[in-house]
Design a protein around this ligand. Structure first.
Ligand SMILES: C[S@@+](CC[C@H](N)C(=O)[O-])C[C@H]1O[C@@H](n2cnc3c(N)ncnc32)[C@H](O)[C@@H]1O
Length: 201
């Protein structure tokens, strides 16, 4: 909470329209996040708790995370895996310095053995070598890519798998997709920040 992106000179120089455009862009997201690499941009504490609860409630053993940053959401999810008896969490981040901080945080939490860190653009790193089944997906990288990342993992989501999408309002394409049971999902806004979705089976 102490490291708010509003303190970023790079962001402060942008108009709110330009910020909004960047948040929704499918081409300029790398530039946006490069300007924010000093900032944790974590899920809220209550979303962290929700992630832990959902992973415990579903007895998740296999989790995929889009957007690691400093690994705060990863800590909540990996804690749940540990308390579920073990498992594997694949997490993706394209800023090397952030990935290094996330690894250090997971090491400090004694949870790194549960986490596979995939450095690079998630559109590449999550395109192959995924587990047979995925119990929980956290979407928290570039908002414009939520539907594209879902394309990569959809066939592995087990019936009843949970998807948590943070700040999904920036991706109407994603909300429209998961909002239609005909597409195999049931979904609702859970809080101001979170869209909660279940894969139908
Ligand atoms: C909102 S932060 C994630 C916060 C993290 N989930 C937490 O709660 O601690 C979004 C992160 O996603 C990363 N990111 C954005 N688009 C990405 C992409 N296409 N591939 C990999 N990482 C990406 C950004 O660099 C940024 O660190």
């Amino acid at each position: 909470a102490a490291s708010s992106p509003s303190a970023s000179p790079a962001l402060a120089s942008l108009s709110s329209e330009e910020r909004y455009r960047l948040m929704r862009s499918k081409t300029d997201y790398a530039e946006l996040y490069a300007n924010l690499k000093e900032f944790a941009l974590p899920v809220s504490p209550s979303t962290g708790r929700l992630l832990y609860m959902l992973a415990r409630a579903t007895r998740a053993r296999s989790i995929v995370e889009f957007g690691t940053s400093f690994g705060l959401s990863t800590l909540h999810l990996a804690s749940a895996l540990r308390d579920n008896g073990g498992g594997r969490l694949i997490t993706s981040e394209f800023e090397p310095s952030k990935m290094a901080r996330a690894k250090a945080n997971l090491e400090a939490g004694g949870l790194a053995d549960l986490v596979e860190f995939r450095e690079g653009d998630a559109l590449n790193t999550l395109a192959s070598d995924l587990p047979e089944t995925i119990d929980l997906l956290l979407l928290d990288g570039a908002k414009s890519l939520y539907s594209d990342v879902l394309d990569l993992v959809e066939s592995r989501l087990r019936p009843g798998a949970v998807i948590v999408a943070d700040n999904a309002d920036f991706c109407p394409e994603y909300l429209e997709r998961v909002g239609s049971p005909a597409n195999g999902y049931i979904s609702m806004p859970f809080s101001d920040d979170v869209e909660l979705t279940i894969k139908l089976g």
